[in-house]
Design a protein around this ligand. Structure first.
Ligand code: ADP
Length: 549
């Protein structure tokens, strides 16, 4: 039909151009591993990205080729975030905490032609190199980390290539449905599966991040992603920040306790983003160490359920808002965000917290339903638990190159998340569990996420995890593992934990005293979440080496 709107492609180069043209003086701050700081701005950044595109051309990278990164959060990684897709190639961010076997599988499945790696991490790649036949070259980024014993060959230094490259500005015209990024799931549930993001999906997701009811990234914000750039594009923050002209602060590999608190303070960060574990650690640290974090107004939390105590504690003790979002590698990742609606502002604190611990309502363009086992919609009453299915322009429609099950997608185009959830009357979704983590006791479900959340209300408990153990009579029974805080006023009594859980759970749902175990630490996955697969190997009780000394 004549007279329709212009057909302007949503491509990553327009995010870059916007940042450089309208916000050239806005800062990009990057901390090296030795804690020194490098400062640049979007104007200088633009010139470097143009050069890096020429480096990639000189390396023979063609549209569609996969270019891998193996790096922490820093400015050069950001350069790759733009240069690779702007050239029409695919930025494949690889999770550096994966097991060797998974790394080998992923590099080979993606058929990466080159790997851009932090020099300090390259030792890991040296060992893998004989098994990576598609990789032609390793480009090492010197982030002032420790020198590895061995380097993969042939390698070349990033800055050396940059110096030799031309400044010629040449952006190919790309269709918005061109592939831009590739990320594999962390394999918590089987072989890693590849998810391919397009320019369009990345752009739309970045726009959503700039909305006040999503991540609220605006020009005035100073944004620090603790979430790794190798994990679902650091939740899209680098793209949202560039689009908005927000200052970006990259922490490098040091993201716990003092180095994190100091960086947040020194750079006057306003929004920081990461998984609950990071913020839990920071909260414990801040209780004992004084820092001026008065600029920090929001911690955006996702990847695992944000405990009530965390939301409550940051608001009460530091005046910081903890905003929870839910998402997956397959959903780019932000699918839902839990913000209070205006009508809730006058509610009591307890009522508000009951909403904040939920994972929230879908962000714009995303739709969500909960289904029973027969695929029928369940009522939105906050009670019925069903599988969460989602749909939207930044949600995967299949896995890359058939990696993994098509069973994840329904016939009529919804993505089955594998998460079990409730929806309440207001549309707030709450994750009950991963499908396989729900505990089934005599045909009734017990949510491990709920139980963990309740146990964390004990002031002496730092971390906790609940898994089901097989039982002949009951099918499954909950087993609770916990780690205590460092400074304890009094020892944590198992009976007290069970009594605390009794406020929320029926008697039949409670763990038996012999199923509650104090451990020294909990096993974590490559993205820092509690590894329930590894925990199940401990059953029926933790091995000696897991017990506190
Ligand atoms: P993997 O599936 O390999 O763990 P992802 O990072 O994609 O890798 O993890 C997505 C999963 O993390 C979701 O399916 C969900 O189970 C969990 N998750 C993400 N955000 C939240 C949240 N806010 N609350 C509870 N669980 C969450």
């Amino acid at each position: 039909m004549n007279g329709l709107m212009m057909d302007c492609p949503l491509v990553i180069s327009s995010i870059l151009r916007r940042a450089a043209r309208y916000f050239p003086e806005k800062a990009i701050v990057s901390r090296y591993e030795d804690e020194s700081i490098f400062r640049s701005n979007y104007g200088q950044f633009y010139t470097r990205v143009v050069r890096l595109m020429n480096v990639l051309r000189d390396l023979g990278i063609k549209p569609g080729d996969r270019v891998a990164t193996f790096a922490w959060n820093h400015r050069r990684h950001l350069e790759l975030y733009f240069a690779v897709p702007c050239l029409g190639a695919v930025l494949h961010t690889v999770n550096l905490r994966l097991h060797r076997e998974q790394l080998r599988y992923i590099f080979n499945h993606a058929q990466d032609r080159v790997i851009f790696a932090d020099r300090a991490l390259a030792g890991l790649l040296a060992g893998l190199k004989p098994n990576l036949p598609t990789v032609e070259r390793y480009i090492l980024m010197d982030e002032r980390g420790p020198e590895p014993a061995e380097l993969p060959t042939p390698w070349v230094d990033y800055e050396q290539l940059m110096e030799a490259a031309s400044d010629r500005e040449e952006f190919p015209r790309l269709d918005e449905n061109t592939a831009a990024g590739l990320c594999y799931t962390s394999g918590t549930t089987g072989e890693p599966k590849g998810v391919l993001y397009s320019h369009r999906s990345t752009y739309l997701h970045a726009m959503s991040g700039c909305m006040v009811d999503t991540s609220a990234v605006g020009e005035r914000e100073i944004v620090l992603p603790v979430v790794p750039m190798f994990h679902v594009n650091a939740w899209g923050l680098p793209y949202s920040s560039a689009l908005a002209g927000a200052t970006q602060v990259f922490p490098g590999p040091l993201v716990l306790d003092r180095p994190l608190a100091e960086l947040l303070e020194a750079e006057r960060v306003t929004i920081a983003v990461g998984i609950p574990l990071i913020w839990n650690r920071l909260y414990q640290y801040l209780k004992e160490n004084k820092h001026d974090l008065s600029r920090l107004h929001t911690l955006f939390v996702g990847g695992a359920a944000a405990p009530r105590t965390l939301i409550e504690g940051f608001a009460r003790d530091f005046g910081i808002n903890v905003i929870q979002g839910w998402g997956m590698t397959e959903t780019s990742p932000v699918g839902t965000v839990s913000r209070l609606k205006s009508a809730m502002v006058g509610w009591t604190e307890t009522e508000r917290l009951q909403v904040q611990v939920k994972q929230g309502i879908p962000v714009i363009t995303v739709e969500a339903r909960i289904l029973d086992e027969a695929g029928q919609d369940l009522p939105w009453d906050g009670q019925h638990v069903g599988e969460l299915v989602v749909q939207g322009p930044w949600i995967a429609s299949a896995y890359y190159a058939n990696s993994g099950a098509d069973a994840a997608f329904t016939q009529d185009g919804w993505f089955r998340t594998g998460d079990m959830a409730t929806m309440d009357e207001r549309g707030y979704m709450q994750i009950a569990d991963r499908k396989k983590d729900l505990i089934k006791r005599k045909g009734e479900w017990i949510s491990s996420v709920d139980m963990e959340n309740e146990a964390l209300a004990h002031p002496g408990i730092l971390e906790t995890a609940v898994v089901g153990r097989p039982d002949e009579e009951c099918d499954e029974l909950p087993v609770l593992f916990f780690v205590t805080c460092k400074e304890l006023a009094a020892p944590v009594e198992i009976q007290d934990i069970i009594a605390l859980l009794g406020h929320k759970f029926a008697r039949w749902q409670l763990p038996r005293p012999e199923d509650v175990h104090l451990v020294a630490s909990l096993p974590k996955t490559s993205v820092g979440k509690i590894d329930k697969k590894a925990l199940r190997l401990w059953l029926p009780c933790p091995p000696l080496e897991a017990q506190p000394s």
